[in-house]
Design a protein around this ligand. Structure first.
Ligand code: SAM
Length: 461
């Protein structure tokens, strides 16, 4: 007789927590706590969990998410979800008034009176906001009316990239999501069904007729917004870098080549991470729009890599200037554009590819939410069968969806955000294949990484 849903998920959760704890112990890392103002060792943005620990984390989050939904009354879930914008706005308020900086390292916490004096926000009101945030893991109440930081609230201090995510990005996403239903049910069928970056929730919410990205768009006209957006991306983009850098044979693919060319490479974060990890790779070229040069050169210099990583202006809608034995990379670039525009960008690379060059597309590959109610390997069995030399994802245990449910929320949030912002999207495998084939090439292999990015090898058809 098969186990009930609750018992099966409970078993999966217990296995996942046991694996997670064992992996921490093997690295001599103490277990995390929410009852301290200090960050945990694993909170560093560059921390890469072992493959077993990574699988345990996403399996635990997926099973916990489902257990919560099973046990909680659906009426409570309905209310909580529809009022979730209050938490989101409260996080923005906390970041804007520098609450995490005010609370600092204090383990005992500050009284509401002290918080009022230091932030200028009415104590009785900020207390209500804090108690809502605490239910979602932000901050902690150390004794009635006294509040302190924890490992999550620490991330929105003013010197942290999370500050820009919780201020500029929080407000942008809040505005465009409020207009998303209006975009998708617009009386004009072109708005409802089309893929123009000029007919999105962004234009509706910001009362503008320019696109968010692209030449002449919102970010190019608005320097402050462009800076805040880039800083906010600093809390998102690099989260996938450790997995991308570690879970692909970069040194092997770059061997005998002239270098790695990161097309639309932004500030050059990926090239710098690769240069640090693989000193045997001699040359990196970060290509982006000319306006990015200063930020990119500054970042590369701050890493001490100016001798090895160079910036070069290149519009990816124009013919590619590099010909030769290069590994071309496009990371988090194609997801900003429609399938037709993406195919145009890919075709410019195809025109310079030869038998000595390669092309890698790095983006999320969206998985479906289908699960098996009857079968699935246990997490322990899957982990013990893993080849430890190269990361390969485990298949989901019984009742856990293919995308690992709650653990893939960020990918699905980005997907809907891209739709609302610029009518683009993260692609499923068939959608990625369609774009690659439209450019006259084909997919050779999709490599998973520890994180939300997949590395897709694309070759001439
Ligand atoms: C989402 S960011 C990704 C940056 C980087 N690849 C990463 O993974 O962090 C998209 C990048 O595309 C660049 N971009 C936009 N339009 C471009 C164009 N026409 N030619 C070259 N780069 C462009 C932007 O400046 C930005 O750096």
């Amino acid at each position: 007789m098969s186990l009930s849903d609750l018992t099966s998920l409970q078993q999966t959760l217990n296995e996942a927590i046991d694996v997670y704890k064992a992996e921490l112990a093997a690295q001599s890392i103490p277990e995390p706590s929410l009852n301290s103002s200090k960050p945990h060792l694993t909170d560093d943005i560059a921390y890469l969990p072992t493959p077993a620990m990574y699988e345990a984390q996403r399996t635990a989050v997926a099973s916990l998410g489902l257990i919560k939904l099973l046990i909680r009354s659906p009426q409570d879930t309905l209310f909580a979800t529809n009022c979730a914008t209050l938490e989101v706005a409260s996080i923005r308020l906390a970041a804007e008034i520098g609450l995490a900086d005010v609370l600092g390292e204090s383990e005992e916490g500050l009284s509401i009176r002290e918080i009022e004096n230091k932030t200028g926000v009415a104590g009785m009101k900020i207390e209500r906001v804090l108690r809502l945030l605490i239910t979602q893991g932000w901050f902690r109440e150390t004794q009635p009316g006294y509040f302190a930081n924890n490992r999550i609230s620490n991330l929105v201090r003013k010197n942290q990239p999370g500050y820009y995510l919780s201020t500029y990005m929080n407000e942008l996403v809040g505005k465009i999501s409020a207009s998303l239903p209006e975009m998708l049910t617009h009386p004009d069928p072109e708005w409802r069904m089309g893929d123009s970056s000029l007919q999105t929730a962004f234009q509706l919410s910001h009362n503008t007729d320019v696109s968010f990205f692209g030449a002449g768009g919102w970010l190019t006209k608005n320097h402050d917004a462009a800076t805040s957006f880039a800083l906010a991306m600093g809390a998102v983009g690099p989260t996938s870098d450790p997995g991308v850098v570690a879970d692909f044979p970069w040194a092997e693919i770059a061997k005998g080549k002239d270098g790695i060319v990161d097309v639309g490479g932004g500030q050059g974060t990926l090239c710098c991470s690769l240069a640090e990890k693989y000193p045997e790779i001699q040359s990196f070229i970060v290509q982006d729009l000319p306006e990015t040069r200063l930020a990119a050169e500054g970042f590369i210099e701050s890493k001490g890599l100016s001798g090895k990583v160079k910036f070069e202006a290149q519009d990816f809608f124009k013919p590619q200037q590099r010909r030769g034995k290069y590994v071309f990379v496009m990371q988090r670039v194609l997801h900003d554009w429609s399938t037709e525009k993406g195919a145009i960008m890919l075709r410019h690379i195809k025109d310079v590819l030869n038998e000595d060059s390669s092309l890698l597309v790095i983006d999320t590959v969206i998985q479906d939410g289908v699960f098996s109610a009857t079968s699935g390997s246990s997490l322990l069995e899957s982990i013990s069968a893993q080849d430890t030399s190269l990361y390969k994802p485990v298949s989901p245990p019984r009742l856990i969806p293919s995308d690992f449910g709650e653990a893939s929320k960020m990918q699905h949030q980005t997907n809907v955000c891209l739709t609302a912002l610029c009518n683009s999207f993260e692609r499923t495998y068939p959608q990625l294949k369609e774009m690659v084939e439209l450019s006259g090439m084909k997919i050779r292999k999709v490599n998973a990484t520890r994180g939300w990015a997949s590395i897709t090898e694309v070759v001439a058809a």
